[in-house]
Design a protein around this ligand. Structure first.
Ligand code: F0G
Length: 484
């Protein structure tokens, strides 16, 4: 633990899935704060069918047909259920090329939470990243972040810049119960800016820290980062994908915030930043969309010029008017306290059940996902034989659950073509918003318990085909047999 992180954030431990006595529900069963209005069938399949599907997919779960998946926990991105009111808003979609009323509703909804003067709509988060980094990145530049998500890192590196992760030490320790494990190490940030001031065009903070276990960043840490940025005259940008979940954790865990409205906490987070990138596929509660926002008019102008080349006119970005409407409505729903309480507690329900079964997971439980520590569970598999991949494949084969490796497959390949083990070997069970019920999650718990009971017999994997960047999406794998 660094000296600075020791001083910060008043509570030593995050609460477990404790009953919120101030909430409207005073019994411990988590009830979804919605009724089901429209249903989608799931196709049940057998283990033999799943084994065959794995062979065809080269043991890459991204290559499966989604119809062959029972419970899809690959991502929480764009996979949530929209509300009745979002579907109704879609009917108001106005598809005018320029100046659509849907654009103005979207703009008002974004600026209500994030009052940046310039909002640039994009088709999803990585488009916002691509535009921003193509303008301010470039060879020799360094972009610090608590932890870059894979697309953010790839977009930084694609410009020739270096993506640097400066999360606090607790963020690397899956067992630490520190309540804000997404915080940035302020001393390392200060040292970076002191030494390489000229090379850093922007400081990024990802809320919540997805690649580090969905862990939140405290307001106190954001204020500290702001102060360092001010000393070196650097802009601070949020990667805001899961801003509402982060704000809920602040309300729950950071002293002085318990009685605040989440929307006010979000506005305070925004007030500490100079801009943001956003994927509306997460806390926009939409199936597609994103934005880039900032206060700096000149930078916004340069970004809009790229936007017009690659995404579209500045009042629609890459989106249809109906998408802008769905996001505007989603932003009003995502800061609802009943929704967020259910969201965070239901994710913790899965995580705590795995903990109780002796399965090593990243703790405290993150906001949008539970991360199994595959290195701790599959100790017999070398990091470069991909223990996370092995576990993810086994969860699918056994129970039709699709998860996502976040380890050496995703992060092991370096820009120079060499391979080094990632800091953590995780398997992420990401929970789509408002989509699965508690019985689905009980099934997931049962499958995890079964696979964990025979984890030591699972094989390692080798990569048989791989692209040069973002290899986890398209690489093919083969199990390493014990006779190899
Ligand atoms: N930043 C973070 C922290 C993300 O989690 C993601 C996407 C992005 C940026 C990019 O947004 O997908 O709209 O282009 N994360 C998804 C995930 C894909 O599964 O965690 P996008």
């Amino acid at each position: 633990m660094t000296a600075r992180s020791q001083q910060s954030d008043q509570r030593p431990e995050a609460p477990s899935n404790a009953l919120n006595k101030d909430g409207p529900v005073t019994y411990k069963t988590i009830i979804e704060p919605f009724r089901i209005h429209s249903v989608e069938p799931m196709r049940m399949n057998s283990e033999a069918e799943r084994r065959a599907a794995l062979e065809v997919a080269g043991f890459n779960l991204f290559a499966l047909r989604a119809d062959d998946v029972l419970i899809d926990l690959l991502t929480d991105s764009g996979t949530g259920a929209m509300s009745r009111d979002q579907w109704a808003a879609i009917q108001h979609g106005d598809e005018s090329y320029a100046g659509s009323p849907s654009w103005f509703r979207f703009l008002a909804a974004v600026q209500d939470l994030f009052p940046f003067d310039h909002v640039i709509p994009t088709h999803q988060g990585r488009a916002a990243e691509k535009i921003l980094f193509s303008v301010i990145g470039g060879t020799g530049k360094i972009i610090p972040n608590n932890t870059h998500f894979d697309t953010t890192r790839a977009n930084v590196e694609a410009t020739g810049a270096t993506a640097l992760d400066l999360v606090i030490e607790e963020g690397h320790d899956p067992t630490s119960l520190y309540p804000f494990k997404g915080n940035m190490d302020l001393e390392r940030l200060e040292a970076l800016l002191f030494e390489h001031h000229e090379q850093v065009p922007v400081v990024f903070v990802t809320v919540t820290n997805n690649s580090g276990g969905g862990q939140p960043v405290s307001l106190e840490n954001l204020r500290g980062i702001r102060a360092v940025c001010d000393r070196y005259d650097k802009p601070l940008f949020l990667d805001g994908c899961r801003f509402a979940e982060n704000a809920w954790f602040i309300k729950e865990r950071e002293v002085g915030n318990a009685d605040r409205q989440v929307r006010d906490i979000v506005r305070e987070m925004a007030s500490l930043a100079d801009g943001m990138t956003m994927s509306a596929k997460k806390d926009g509660l939409a199936n597609i969309g994103g934005w880039l926002a900032m206060g700096d008019a000149e930078l916004a102008q340069r970004c809009r010029e790229v936007l017009i080349l690659t995404e579209g006119f500045p009042t629609y970005g890459g989106l249809a008017g109906r998408d802008l409407e769905a996001i505007a409505q989603g932003l009003s729903e995502v800061v609802d306290h009943d929704y967020l309480r259910y969201r965070i507690e239901s994710t913790a329900y899965l995580g705590e059940a795995l903990v109780a079964s002796g399965i090593p997971v990243v703790r405290p439980i993150g906001g949008h996902a539970v991360y199994i520590d595959a290195r701790a569970l599959l100790t017999h598999i070398d990091p470069l034989a991909y223990p996370g991949q092995s576990l993810a494949v086994a969860l699918y084969e056994a129970g039709g659950i699709r998860s996502c490796e976040i380890g050496s497959v995703m992060f092991g390949l370096q820009p120079d073509g060499t391979e080094v083990p990632a800091a953590l070997e995780l398997v992420r069970l990401a929970i789509p918003r408002r989509t699965y019920t508690q019985s689905h999650i009980d099934y997931v718990i049962e499958v995890c318990q079964d696979v964990a009971s025979r984890a030591q017999r699972l094989p390692g994997y080798r990569i048989t085909e791989s692209p040069r960047a973002l290899r986890h999406f398209t690489a093919r794998f083969a199990p390493i047999s014990s006779t190899n």
